[in-house]
Design a protein around this ligand. Structure first.
Ligand code: TYM
Length: 331
């Protein structure tokens, strides 16, 4: 039998999971378990590139784990683990630091954005973040990396670094492909639709969290920024309405044309209420299940322990190969 292709992806527990991370990444992960061999992790090592409150980081990591499972990522069918439990990530990360160029890292959009936002803490980890991310991916010899649009540049850099290493030492790493959804790859803020919806954004009402209450979600959609045209149509100069249409499309599976027809001649008020309703329908069961799972700490612990065991076997194999190739003496 042909071996299944491998998938790997992760999310930083640096803030609560958002509708953006759900639509750009998480939603698509759950659907892949039967066809692929899937590894999903909680990127806590990446989270500390921005200063974190330790107790909050610990709480959020477990809460994120419960939300992964509640989104349909079945621990029986997928390997779910916490990044810091697998030392091979930092070990390969260091090796790859030595094969990633200063110029390449300087061009990363996320680094430029984050250093602008955290001007008082532009640390080395923030700069070398992409080589740790390359290590995350390459350790597992992943074929596909399902991410939102903003992470495409990092996956492309991962390919370049892998190719560079392979050119010097012979075939070592599989070259991964980003896997970006056609709809929902870039969900925008509901209040500032020219900006990406982001967990670090503190703009009130712009960002929907997976764990928000139905009332809060409905309120945010009612207040969402639109325009003065009063016509539900998707185009560049209507970022607010286009974003709401994308969200509606992901929740209902409808095309943009179908949505335009459905709301033709109806006001924005009705449209925004309808979008809020389908988002509540999508998220309410996830919130309920995550709340239930969060109460069962022993279960969550059993999931991340089993995940770490499976993940470390795969990661260690790649790391040993790399250490040998670069010329380290085996212990
Ligand atoms: P992070 O934690 O910022 O985001 C997690 C995932 O959610 C997607 N995403 C969005 N998609 C659509 N619209 C949005 N508004 C939106 N906001 C977030 C992101 O594209 C991402 O897929 N560097 C990564 C974490 C990471 C990783 C990895 C991912 C570390 N190592 C290895 C894949 C493979 C990050 O910061 O994602």
């Amino acid at each position: 039998m042909e071996e299944k292709k491998r998938i790997l992806s992760g999310i930083k527990p640096s803030g609560e999971l958002t509708l953006g991370s759900y639509m750009g990444a998480l939603k698509n992960w759950a659907a892949m378990a039967d066809e692929y061999d899937c590894f999903y992790f909680l990127a806590d090592l990446h989270a500390i590139t921005v200063r974190q409150n330790p107790a909050e980081l610990r709480r959020r990591t477990l809460s994120q784990l419960a939300q992964y499972i509640a989104c349909g990522i079945d621990p029986e069918k997928n390997t779910i683990f916490i990044q810091s439990h697998i030392p091979a990530h930092t070990e390969l990360g260091w090796v790859l630091d030595c094969y990633t160029m200063f110029g390449e890292l300087s061009r990363m959009t996320q680094f430029k954005d984050k250093s602008a936002k955290n001007a008082d803490n532009i640390n080395a980890g923030l700069f070398t973040y992409p080589s740790l991310m390359a290590a995350d991916i390459l350790l597992y010899q992943a074929d596909l990396v399902p991410v939102g649009d903003d992470q495409k540049q990092h996956v492309e850099l991962t390919r370049d670094v892998a190719q560079r290493f392979n050119n010097v030492y012979g075939e070592t790493f599989k070259l991964p492909e980003p896997f970006i959804p056609k709809v929902g790859a870039r969900i925008m803020s509901l209040q500032h639709p020219e900006n990406k919806m982001s967990k670090s954004e503190s703009d009130s009402g712009g960002c929907i969290l997976l764990m928000d209450s139905p009332e809060d979600i409905r309120r945010c959609f009612k207040r969402a920024i639109t325009d003065s045209e009063m016509c539900v149509r998707c185009c560049k100069d209507k970022p607010g309405v286009s974003n709401l249409m994308q969200i509606y499309a992901v929740c209902t599976g409808k095309t943009m044309e179908e949505i335009e027809k459905e709301f033709a001649g109806r006001g924005y008020g009705e449209f925004k209420t309808a979008v809020g309703d389908v988002v509540v329908e999508t998220l309410a069961p996830i919130r309920e299940e995550a709340t239930r799972l969060l109460a069962d700490k022993a279960y969550l612990e059993s999931v991340y322990r089993a995940g770490a065991e499976k993940a470390s076997a795969v990661a260690e194999r790649t790391l040993r190969k790399v250490y040998k190739k670069v010329g380290f003496v085996a212990r």
